[in-house]
Design a protein around this ligand. Structure first.
Ligand code: SF4
Length: 279
């Protein structure tokens, strides 16, 4: 008998069976192995070689998330000038500095690329603002984390869905919490490997490279804004202050991550593989 228009085949109505612990463990082991191999293969090479080698080695989707900071602009330069098959994406939280939007446009024009934007779910923001106020993230750590979850973490999940590799602009010396970051590390929660080609660069080295290559930069960097995120949650820092002191400055240093590089327990995703130079 032919079903009605509202009926679905029975198998489509069933939720996917939960994965078994053994499958998860095997998956994590495989990811850790990939990270170890990538770190071993490219740990001793330069950034251009790391990126080119990564693209030659990996068959799947490679995504680079940029927030248009110094390090991200350097990586965009490497990726765009070499025409590497890397998707460049950004998360527009809706609370960015006007200078970021101007730099976004300038970067696309300079390199002839399109940077794919991901936006928060409007229903979630509307509910958050109704419940907490337009600047409710100042009210408590929980409110701040909720805002970051809605505006950054959830869109990041969509940006990285199906990706094999996530390229980031992390440097090991950006903060005490980031000191354990490796060149390549497994991210079992997202089912991918994070690749941090600028891991062993200093900020001064990135700045010198950007100046030499005339890479477009955010003018706020010259006004004491080192790590630039959302406008209401970023301030300039004084000489000698830690780089990330200007982010969520009303919170403890140990917790200054927006959730993009932390696990579900709130800690940085641990390094699964060390580059040879770091071992
Ligand atoms: S940085 Fe501030 S404004 Fe941006 S998502 Fe986090 S709490 Fe919200």
């Amino acid at each position: 008998m032919v079903g009605t228009m509202t009926e679905l085949p029975i198998d489509r109505r069933r939720p996917a069976p939960p994965r078994r612990p053994a499958e998860d463990a095997a998956r994590e082991t495989a990811l850790a192995g990939r990270a170890t191999n990538l770190a071993a293969a490219f740990g001793a090479t330069g950034v251009a070689q790391r990126l080119a080698g990564l693209c030659q080695t990996v068959q799947g989707r490679i995504v680079f998330t940029t927030s248009f900071g110094l390090e991200d602009q350097v990586l965009t330069h490497f990726i765009a000038t070499a025409r590497l098959p890397v998707e460049i994406v950004t998360l527009d939280t809706g609370r960015l500095f006007p200078e970021v939007y101007a730099l976004w446009e300038e970067t696309e024009r300079r390199y002839g690329i399109v940077i794919r934007p991901f936006y928060p779910r409007h229903e979630a923001i509307e509910l958050f603002v109704r419940q907490n106020g337009i600047n409710g993230f100042y009210g408590s750590r929980d409110a701040r984390k909720s805002c970051c979850d809605i505006r950054k973490v959830e869109p990041l999940g969509r940006a990285l869905a199906g990706a094999d590799i996530w390229i980031t602009g992390l440097r090991a010396d950006q903060s005490s919490a980031r000191g354990g970051v490796a060149l390549a590390e497994a991210d079992p929660q997202r089912g991918l490997v994070k690749f941090n080609p600028l891991l062993d660069w200093t900020r001064d080295a990135a700045l010198a490279f950007a100046k030499a290559e005339e890479i477009p930069l955010n003018p706020l960097h010259d006004k004491g804004f080192v790590s630039i995120g959302c406008q209401p949650c970023t301030r300039a820092i004084a000489p000698g202050e830690p780089e990330r002191a200007g982010r969520w400055w009303w919170e403890d240093d140990a917790a200054k991550e927006c959730g993009l590089h932390v696990g579900a327990d709130g800690r940085l995703v641990p390094s699964k593989a060390l580059a040879p130079a770091e071992a």
